[in-house]
Design a protein around this ligand. Structure first.
Ligand SMILES: [Zn+2]
Length: 66
C-alpha cells in the first residue's frame, strides 16, 4: 500500500537558493547577479552565484576588540 503522506523527495535539490547574509555586500551582489542570470535565462550561472553565496564565509559576530 502506498500512502500519500510522504513528502516529495528533496534530496535532488542540493542547491536550493541560499539566502544572502544580511549586511554582507558580497552576498548581496551575488544575489543580484543571480537574479539577473535567472532573468536572462542563464541558470547555470545563477547556480554558480548560489554556490558562492552558500560558501561565502561569515563570522557570526564581529568582536569589538581590534
Ligand atoms: Zn557574504
Amino acid at each position: 500500500m502506498k500512502t500519500t503522506m510522504d513528502p516529495p523527495v528533496t534530496l535532488e535539490l542540493p542547491l536550493a537558493e541560499p539566502v544572502p547574509a544580511p549586511g554582507c555586500g558580497v552576498c548581496g551582489a551575488l544575489a543580484r547577479q543571480r537574479a539577473e542570470y535567472t532573468a536572462t535565462g542563464n541558470p547555470s550561472r545563477a547556480t554558480d552565484c548560489s554556490v558562492e553565496i552558500r560558501n561565502h564565509p561569515h563570522r557570526a559576530r564581529k568582536g569589538r576588540r581590534s
